[in-house]
Each structure stands twice: as C-alpha cells, then as structure tokens.
Design a protein around this ligand. Structure first.
Ligand SMILES: [Mn+2]
Length: 321
C-alpha cells in the first residue's frame, strides 16, 4: 500500500468536507482509554430465532460479503453474522466494512488490524484530537493509508466519525463465546494458543474460558491477549501441520488471520481466512480463483465461498434492517 505524502497546510479542494471537525475532545468523551490489551470476552446466547454465520477476514471487501449474504439469503431480522475481525485495510472499502459495526445483527471480534488502528490513534486522544502522524507506524505500513483519505482532515485532526469508530472499536471484544453445550462455538481473530506450545495442552480450553482465565498470571494474560490477535503458532502460512483437527477440551473456535486458499481445522481452531483481499493487491497471484471470502454456518458446518469481486455493480443488493 502506497502511503501518500501529506498535503501540509494547503486546503484540498473540498474533498474532505465530509470530515466533520471537532475541536479539543469533548469533556466526558466516551472513547475508551483503557489499556488496549485487556481480555474482552463477550458471551452470546444461542440464536433461537434464526441462523448464525461466521465470516473470515473482510479487509475492505464489503461487496464480496454482500454476494455471500445474498447467496445464503441472510435474513437481517433473524440471522446473525459473526466476524473474525480484520474488517479494514488492504481492500477497497474499509469504511463500508466499518459501517457494519452499526448493524444490530453484526458481531465482530477485534483483529490485529483494528488493534493497530486503535494503537495508531491512541496518542491522538491524549493530544486533544490532533493526530500524531507517525509515517512508520505498523498501521500505515500494513494498509492503513486509507484513513488519510477517509477519516482525517487536512489539518490532521480527528473528526467526529473517526471518534465514533474508535469508540466502537475499543469496545469490540477479543473473543465471542456463543451458545452452550454441543452447540457452543467461539469466534476469535487468531489463536487460543499458549505462548509455549510445549505445554500440555498447547491451546486453552472451555474450562479456562469459563473461568475467565483467572488461573493465569498477569504475564500469561498479556501473552494470551496478544495470541488472540496475532498468533501464528498452530496455523502456519504454508506447510503441513502435525496438529490434530480437534482438541477435545476446546469447542470449535472460528478464527482468521492466517490466509490460505482452503479452510483449515487444527486443534479445534477453524481458520476461515481465505485471503479475500489477495487478488486485489497481487499483480500476479498464482491461483487467483482460489482466493476469496468464506462464510461458515456453525450449526450445520456448511461453508460458503465466493471469489473476490469488488466491482460496485456486482453488489446492487445490501442487507436492510
Ligand atoms: Mn487479516
């Protein structure tokens, strides 16, 4: 992703009018300033009225998501869509994916890209809304350049829309626990792996989760919040794995973060990141038809896949409330 230079103090010709300015942050701003690595676990009851789906890393591919939802006849009045996170960066429509946060049927967890965005803007909140623009920040180096076009005005102040987004993202949990018993499943971004895979078992289980990980020392809790967003210990970018498909102590756990052309099941983790953004950024992908977006239905283990298609005219239909 090219990171464009900033136009300095010149007034750009009106294109940023949609960024509503705020002055110093309002007193009592709701934006969370709590540490970003606290373990957030959200629990949801089973969906008694409709179906649940889990979608892989979106990375700005909102139109491709609409194709998938259309295919499964997603019913916004009854069905729910869980997301493994990484709504933003790399693909064409990060803002369209962030708009999903307003939908009552959408339940995301925080991906490492949202984590990087929160960390990028965290100092700004202490600077009264002045964006502390660090060109070498991981967020900008990993596809976050779109914020300059969409969310930051020419004087680099945080606009009200960005403030709302940071507020919501800060409250997005690191983990969803849905339902109970046989129907139970989890949604995380990366892994529930321990930092030392020599531990037995190498991944945490339902009992640890239900105990809110109280057995963990503070340093282990910190390592776990890092693993939930970033780990690639069980899933690898390439190569076969010696891990078994299921770990009996852990309910099925949908995750993303490590793209591959097919979904992979290892240690009860089901990785559904099938690289939706990859055909859009690679000039010569080896097998472009293999990459796309995956939607899984936990109750039936059905899996739906579409190749990435971000042409605007391919998504005339959007889920309505
Ligand atoms: Mn990702």
């Amino acid at each position: 992703m090219e990171i464009r230079g900033f136009p300095g103090d010149r007034d750009p010709p009106g294109e940023l009018d949609s960024v509503k300015l705020i002055g110093p942050l309002p007193e009592g701003s709701r934006v969370s300033r709590k540490p970003l690595n606290t373990l957030g676990i959200s629990r949801l009851p089973a969906n008694e009225r409709g179906r649940d789906f889990v979608v892989g890393d979106l990375h700005g591919c909102r139109n491709t998501l609409e194709k998938l939802l259309n295919r499964v006849r997603f019913d916004a009045s009854r069905d729910r869509l869980m997301s493994v996170g990484d709504l933003i960066d790399r693909g064409p429509d990060s803002m369209g994916c962030l708009d999903l946060l307003e939908e009552p049927w959408f339940f995301p967890v925080r991906g490492n890209h949202e984590q990087m965005m929160l960390e990028f803007f965290a100092p700004s909140l202490d600077l009264g809304g002045r964006v502390s623009w660090e060109e070498k920040h991981d967020f900008l180096l990993n596809g976050g350049g779109w914020v300059e076009r969409e969310l930051v005005d020419h004087r680099r102040r945080i606009g009200s829309r960005l403030l709302e987004i940071l507020d919501v993202l800060g409250a997005v949990p690191l983990m969803l626990v849905v339902g109970s018993g046989q129907e139970r499943y989890h949604v995380i971004h990366a892994e529930l792996s321990r930092s030392n895979l020599a531990c037995d078992p190498p991944v945490y289980g339902d009992a640890d989760i239900d105990d809110d990980f109280r057995q963990l020392a503070p340093v282990e809790r910190e390592a776990l919040s890092e693993s939930l967003c970033w780990a690639r210990r069980v899933m690898h970018l390439r190569g076969p794995s010696s891990w078994p498909e299921y770990a009996p102590h852990l309910s099925k756990t949908y995750c993303g973060h490590t793209p591959a052309p097919e979904i992979r099941r290892l240690m009860s983790h089901i990785c559904i990141d099938t690289g939706a953004y990859i055909p859009l950024v690679s000039s010569n992908p080896a097998d472009p038809e293999e990459w796309g977006l995956t939607l899984a239905e936990p109750a039936t283990d059905a899996v739906y896949f579409v190749q990435t298609d971000e042409r605007p005219d391919q998504a005339p239909w959007r889920v309505l409330r």
